[in-house]
Ligand binder design. Structure first.
Ligand SMILES: [Zn+2]
Length: 494
C-alpha cells in the first residue's frame, strides 16, 4: 500500500464536498482490495483510501464531479473518470492496468473525444475487467455466464485472443458487476440481466430476494420491475463474495430503497414495503403454482375467487418473452391476478401459469368464482355429511359452490324457491373440478340424487319438495351425460 502511505494524512473530504454530487439515481460504488473504497451517491462522495494521483486530481480544483471509479486487484490498478469544470471528460488510470486493457484505453482515447468521454472501465479480481466505449467492449477473465450475457447483447464476435472488441447491438453498458464465485449483473440500455437469484454468496441471493420482496425470477423479468432498479455493485475483491450494494430509483420524493453490505458489517437496508404492485401477492393464504407465489382474492367463505378469459390469439404477444404464457386461440384461462399496466397473471387448464397482456384476452360472460377443484371438494364433503346425517330438511344451496354463469336465459332457472340455484353451465363448471370429467364420474354423482334414493334420507315433512329438487338435479346430470356422449349436442359455455 505504498501509494496510500504518502497520502493518508491528506484530508480529501473538503475537496470531495466541493464536488458536484451525482444526479438523481446516479451511483458509483468502487470496492478495492482491503479497505479501499470510493462511493458516489446523490448525497455526495465518501472514501477510505485513494490512489495518490487521484488525491492530487481532487485537490487540483479542476474536477466538477466523479463519473466513475473502479479498482483492480493490484495496488496501482484503477481507473477514475471525471467530468471537468470545463465540460470535458478525463480519465486517471493506474500504471498497473492489464496490458490489453491499457491498449484499449489508449486506442479509444485516441479515436475521438466522443469515444474517449464514453469510455468506462470496470475492474475485478485476478486482473479481470470489462471496458467499454460507445458500442465497443472488451473483457478478460470474467465469469463464463457473464461473457455469454455480453455475447447475447452483441452483434459482432468478440475475440479475446486477437484483441478485437465486441460490438453491442445498441446502447451502452450502463452498469456491470461480478465476482469470481459466478454472480454477475449487467445493464444495457433498458435490458437488465443477472444471476443474483441463483448464484454467488447466499447473503447476496437473500438480499436480492429481499430487494424484490421475494418475487420469482420469472416475475422479475417484467419490464416495469427492473425499471425500478438504479444501481448494482458487487465487491469483486471480497473473499466471500458477500459485499454488495443494490439501489432502487427514488419514488415520490422518498429516499431511494437500498440494501447493501460492506463486510465485515451486517446487511443494512431501507426497503419500503407495499411499494410495488406485485408486493401484495405475498400475503397469507397465497397459493403456490408452478413455483410462483400468488395471492388471489377470496370470497366471504375464505375460498379463492377467479375470473376467466378466452385467449384471442395463439402464441405470445412477445414471442421471445418466456415469462409470457404460450396460449392457443380459444383456450380458456383463469386470471389469477391483475398485475397492473394491463398485464395479468393467468393459469391454463394444465396448471401452467405466466403473464398475458390484456389485448390477448377476451373476458368471458362469467362472474368470478372459486376454483372448481376447491368447490368440487367442498361439495362432495358436504353432500356426504348430509347423507350420513340423514333427516334432511332443506336442499343444499348449490349456488354456494358454483355461480359462474351470467347468461340471461339461465337467470330465471337459477332464482326462485323451487329452483336449484345453479344452471347446466354452473354444474358443468363444478364437475370439471373433479379433475376427471368423464361419464363415470357424472353417473356416480347422478346416482346420489336419484329421487327415490334421496327421498329416503329426508325428513317426512319435507320429503316431497326435496324429492322434486333431487329429481331436477338428477336431470341436469343426465343432460351433461348426454352432451358428453353426443358432442354435437349444444355445449355448455366452455
Ligand atoms: Zn347457465
Amino acid at each position: 500500500m505504498a501509494l496510500a502511505n504518502s497520502v493518508v494524512h491528506i484530508d480529501v473530504s473538503a475537496a470531495l464536498t466541493a464536488l458536484e454530487p451525482p444526479g438523481l439515481d446516479q451511483y458509483c460504488i468502487a470496492f478495492g482490495p482491503g479497505a479501499t473504497q470510493f462511493c458516489a451517491t446523490p448525497n455526495g462522495y465518501s472514501t477510505t483510501h485513494l490512489p495518490r494521483k487521484v488525491v492530487k486530481d481532487l485537490l487540483g480544483g479542476q474536477i466538477k464531479k466523479v463519473l466513475h471509479a473502479s479498482f483492480g486487484s493490484d495496488d496501482d490498478s484503477f481507473l477514475f473518470t471525471y467530468q471537468m469544470k470545463d465540460g470535458s471528460v478525463a480519465h486517471r488510470a493506474g500504471r498497473d492496468l492489464p496490458k490489453a486493457l491499457r491498449s484499449f484505453v489508449d486506442r479509444v482515447s485516441a479515436t475521438s473525444e466522443e469515444s474517449a468521454s464514453s469510455l468506462r472501465v470496470q475492474l475485478g479480481a485476478n486482473r479481470s475487467y470489462v471496458a467499454w466505449s460507445g458500442l465497443l467492449w472488451v473483457a478478460k477473465r470474467i465469469p463464463k455466464e457473464l461473457r455469454t450475457a455480453l455475447f447475447n447483447i452483441s452483434s459482432a464476435d468478440f475475440d479475446e485472443a486477437n484483441g478485437s472488441p465486441g460490438v453491442l447491438k445498441s446502447g451502452t453498458l450502463d452498469n456491470i458487476a461480478w465476482h469470481d464465485n459466478g454472480s454477475w449483473y449487467v445493464k444495457n440500455g433498458h435490458d437488465h440481466s443477472n444471476n443474483l437469484m441463483d448464484r454467488g454468496a447466499g447473503v447476496i441471493r437473500g438480499a436480492w430476494k429481499d430487494l424484490w420482496d421475494n418475487m420469482s425470477s420469472q416475475e422479475l423479468l417484467l419490464p416495469h420491475c427492473y425499471a425500478k432498479l438504479a444501481y448494482v455493485a458487487i465487491n469483486p475483491h471480497s473473499h466471500t463474495g458477500g459485499t454488495f450494494a443494490f439501489f432502487k430509483k427514488t419514488k415520490d420524493a422518498h429516499e431511494a430503497d437500498f440494501i447493501l453490505r460492506f463486510e465485515p458489517e451486517d446487511v443494512v437496508s431501507r426497503l419500503r414495503k407495499k411499494q410495488y404492485p406485485l408486493q401484495e401477492m405475498r400475503q397469507e393464504g397465497a397459493s403456490h403454482t408452478s413455483g410462483q407465489v400468488v395471492n388471489v382474492p377470496k370470497n366471504a367463505e375464505g375460498l379463492q375467487v377467479f375470473k376467466w378469459a378466452i385467449s384471442k390469439h395463439t402464441g405470445r404477444s412477445h414471442a421471445r418473452d418466456s415469462w409470457e404464457l404460450d396460449l392457443k386461440k380459444g383456450e380458456r384461462v383463469k386470471i389469477l391476478k391483475d398485475m397492473g399496466n394491463d398485464w395479468f397473471l393467468v393459469e391454463n387448464r394444465r396448471g401452467e401459469n405466466g403473464w398475458v397482456h390484456k389485448a390477448w384476452l377476451d373476458s368471458q360472460q362469467m362472474v368470478p368464482h372459486i376454483d372448481p377443484r376447491q368447490a368440487y371438494a367442498r361439495f362432495t364433503v358436504d353432500v356426504e355429511k348430509m347423507l350420513k346425517a340423514g333427516d334432511i330438511r332443506s336442499f343444499p344451496d348449490l349456488s354456494r359452490y358454483m355461480n359462474a354463469c351470467t347468461k340471461d336465459a339461465c337467470n330465471p332457472l337459477k332464482k326462485g324457491t323451487r329452483c336449484l340455484g345453479i344452471c347446466i353451465h354452473d354444474l358443468h363448471e363444478l364437475m370439471c373440478g373433479s379433475g376427471e370429467y368423464t361419464l363415470d364420474t357424472l353417473k356416480t354423482e347422478r346416482y346420489k340424487w336419484h329421487p327415490d334414493k334421496f327421498a329416503r334420507y329426508c325428513h317426512p315433512d319435507h320429503r316431497e319438495i326435496l324429492r322434486e329438487k333431487a329429481q331436477a338435479l338428477f336431470v341436469l346430470f343426465g343432460v351433461l351425460m348426454d352432451i358428453l356422449e353426443n358432442p354435437r349436442a349444444p355445449q355448455p359455455a366452455a
